[in-house]
Design a protein around this ligand. Sequence first.
Ligand code: UDX
Length: 447
Amino acid sequence: MSNIAIVGAGHVGVVYAAGLAELGHRVKVIDIDRRKVERLSKGSIWFYEPGLPELLERNLRRRRVSFTTSYAEGLARATFAFICVPTPTTDDGSLDDIYLRKAFDEIRKHKGRPAPIIVNKSTVPVGIGDALAREFANELTVVSNPEFLAEGRAVDDFFRPSRVVIGSRDRTAAEQVAELYAPLRAPVVFTDPATAELSKLASNAFLATKVSFANALSQISGAVGADGEKLGQVLSLDPRIGQGHLRPGLGFGGSCLPKDLAAVANLARRHSASADLFSAVAALNRGQQSRIVDLLKARLGELSGKRICILGASFKANTDDLRDSPALALARQLRELGAEVATFDPAANGALHTMARGWLSVARSAGGAALGADALVIATDWPEFASLDYTRIRQVMRGSIMVDARSIVRADSLRELGFEFYSFTNTEHSNGSTENGSSVPGTVHAL
Ligand code: UDX
């Protein structure tokens, strides 16, 4: 059992706190936000993460995890200090290390004796691990240990990591950190700090590339009448290509893929390497939303005054995170063209109410959002959207256009309800039109 301090009670910090406590460690989480600390101390988590409330609750009861605003209290007996602070993107795409440096300063001021090993989990500017280790060579040992948690399945990712990456010039410290993860039986890669730091950015940039590849391919598959879903299946059965992130859709979003892709592109430019691939991946991603706007313009004409229902607002299912959400990017584009946009999200409605005031109406149900709509777009892959009462939804809509931008409903059953149905993966007529150029309710079109 170790005493662990975690700096930063964000998504990553809270998952790691609850997970490490479950493994038997005593964890103290430090955050400067008093309200957050008070809420978390009572087991109340302000973001949606399946399984996390129960895990936290259990470890609060066991007194293995606690929260504080005091660095001195949090660090008093810590053997390890995990840094889980945000590193926001700056205007040029690079990562801002301001909170990271602040955390470092506070740890230096308030550390106990012996000083804790610093375990950096934040996604940091590449090179900073070595820079900080040099700067504080006589005081602190730094280990870069990036996290690979995906929102919506972060608890599972904590307990079943695909790999643990540990970057340090200090082999003893690296092995001590590896020991913390030993019960998880994951492959461990020991390396230098820069490789560890770049591996996080590279993983996310590669996932973004896979998604953009799938999106680019969907334009071809739609045009030739190929089945996009089967194509994805064939590709992912090749172990060299691998499973996941091959589903075409509205584009990737969230707090990581867009940001880490921009950071890799920025690194490439700074080091006079080619950023062409990364720029193309980002451009393709933006284009996915435009494909839907273009389709709606083609089918509805002038969008001003038209009512569009967008189902789902979070950047993906099983999260209430609205950061860089493709659904909201689409809503904004439609709004700019004068459309009225109504949305419903199973988890993010609360956050939506605060940010959508004035430009987006937020309904309490999918049916409410669809009321009077000329077109409906399924923008987030919430599983419940697969089994909505579409007979009723069709009745309350004014128009019949349905765009399943996440390929989650069964096209054939909706076709029978008289929807003019569009999808990135299902095709009957290519290019969204019949031979004479018109579109027919009750048919399925490629986007
Ligand atoms: C990602 C990484 O998966 C995780 O390892 C890292 O630690 C943080 O960044 P996350 O941001 O939670 O996790 O989302 P992820 O599940 O990777 O999805 C990112 C985006 O890609 C979402 O908008 C999702 O809808 C989209 N996506 C994903 C697709 O469009 N198609 C796919 O096939 C998969």
